[in-house]
Design a protein around this ligand. Structure first.
Ligand SMILES: *[C@@H]1O[C@H](CO)[C@@H](O)[C@H](O)[C@H]1NC(C)=O
Ligand SMILES: *[C@@H]1O[C@H](CO)[C@@H](O)[C@H](O)[C@H]1NC(C)=O
Ligand SMILES: *[C@@H]1O[C@H](CO)[C@@H](O)[C@H](O)[C@H]1NC(C)=O
Length: 270
C-alpha cells in the first residue's frame, strides 16, 4: 500500500524533471508583456556577483559587506505580488493608458527626452532593440515618473528592506522591450528590481572605467566589445529574474540589458 502511494507521488516529480526548456519558459508569468522568441537577441550570462537569500542577510551584514564595497543580488527580500499584479499589461493599460510618460534616450547621459502617452509608447514606440540602432536614437521608459500620477502604484511597492545611514529612496519605474538597456554610467547607490522579465547587469568598480561608446546600446556593446575583452577586463555581471533585487554601491559603473520585455523599478538612495 505504501509503495503504491509513493509511486503516485514520484510520477509528477519525474515528469517535471524531463520538461524541456520551452515548457519551462511557458510557465513563466510575463504579466502579458509577451516577448517573441525571435526578438530575444540577448541571453543571461554567468553570474559572478554574490547572490544572497534575504533570510540569511541582516541589515548589519549588508552594511558591513556590501553597502560601501560591493554589489550583491538578493533573493526573497520582499513579496511584491500585489505590486506585480498592478503591473500586468491589462491592469496598467486600464489605469494609465492616457497618462503622459517621459521617455529617455538609451545612451549614457540620456540626453534626449520625449513625452508621450503610455498607450502611444506601448503600441508605437516600445520595440525590441535592433543591433543597428544607436542608443541615442532609441527611446525608452525608465524613470522621470510623475510622482503625483504614479503615487498610488508606488504606494503598494515594498522597497528592499535594507538601507544606508541617513539616506532615503526615490523610485524610478519603467517598461521596455527585449534587448533594450542603458549603457554604462554611474551615480549614487541603489537597488534595481525586476517586476516582469529578466535584466542582465554588468558592473565595474569606480576605479575601473569601462571602454564603451556612450551612444551605443548595451546590446551592441555586448555583441561587439564584450566578446573581445581580456578576461581581466570582463565586468562583474549577473542576470536578475523577476522578484530579485540587485544592489549597486555609490559610483559603481553599471550597464543594463533587458532580456525580455521587462517591467522594472529602481530605488535610488540619496
Ligand atoms: C547618435 O550618435 C551617433 C554617434 O555618436 C551620431 O553619429 C548620431 O548623429 C547621433 N544621432 C542623433 C539623432 O543625435
Ligand atoms: C552622442 O549623441 C549626442 C546626440 O544624441 C551627441 O550630442 C553627442 O556628441 C554624441 N556623443 C558622441 C561621443 O558621439
Ligand atoms: C504631474 O501630473 C499632474 C497631474 O496630472 C500634473 O498636474 C503635473 O503638471 C505633472 N507634473 C509634471 C512635472 O509633469
Amino acid at each position: 500500500m505504501r509503495l503504491f502511494y509513493l509511486s503516485i507521488l514520484l510520477i509528477p516529480l519525474r515528469l517535471r524533471s524531463i520538461l524541456t526548456e520551452e515548457n519551462r519558459k511557458a510557465e513563466i508569468d510575463d504579466g502579458g508583456w509577451f516577448t517573441e522568441e525571435k526578438d530575444k537577441l540577448a541571453f543571461p550570462g554567468p553570474c559572478d556577483i554574490e547572490v544572497r537569500d534575504a533570510a540569511g542577510l541582516t541589515q548589519e551584514e549588508f552594511l558591513q559587506r556590501y553597502a560601501f564595497d560591493a554589489p550583491v543580488v538578493i533573493r526573497g527580500a520582499t513579496d511584491n505580488k500585489i505590486f506585480q499584479n498592478e503591473c500586468r499589461k491589462d491592469a496598467m493599460m486600464k489605469k494609465y493608458a492616457t497618462k503622459t510618460i517621459r521617455l529617455s534616450s538609451a545612451n549614457t547621459h540620456s540626453y534626449r527626452k520625449a513625452d508621450v502617452t503610455l498607450d502611444y509608447y506601448v503600441t508605437q514606440v516600445m520595440k525590441p532593440q535592433s543591433l543597428d540602432t544607436w542608443g541615442n536614437e532609441t527611446f525608452y521608459w525608465f524613470g522621470d515618473n510623475n510622482i503625483t500620477e504614479w503615487q498610488a502604484l508606488f504606494d503598494i511597492y515594498r522597497p528592499p528592506p535594507y538601507f544606508l545611514p541617513g539616506m532615503t529612496g526615490a523610485y524610478s519605474f519603467g517598461l521596455a522591450g527585449a534587448g533594450t538597456g542603458v549603457p554604462f554610467h554611474f551615480h549614487g547607490p541603489g537597488f534595481g528590481e525586476v517586476v516582469f522579465g529578466r535584466k542582465r547587469w554588468f558592473m565595474y568598480p569606480p576605479h575601473k572605467t569601462p571602454h564603451f561608446h556612450p551612444n551605443q546600446t548595451t546590446l551592441h556593446w555586448l555583441v561587439k566589445d564584450y566578446q573581445e575583452l581580456h578576461p581581466l577586463d570582463k565586468p562583474l555581471e549577473c542576470t536578475i529574474n523577476q522578484g530579485e533585487i540587485i544592489y549597486f554601491p555609490d559610483r559603481w559603473w553599471h550597464g543594463t540589458l533587458n532580456i525580455d520585455t521587462s517591467v522594472f523599478i529602481s530605488t535610488f538612495l540619496g
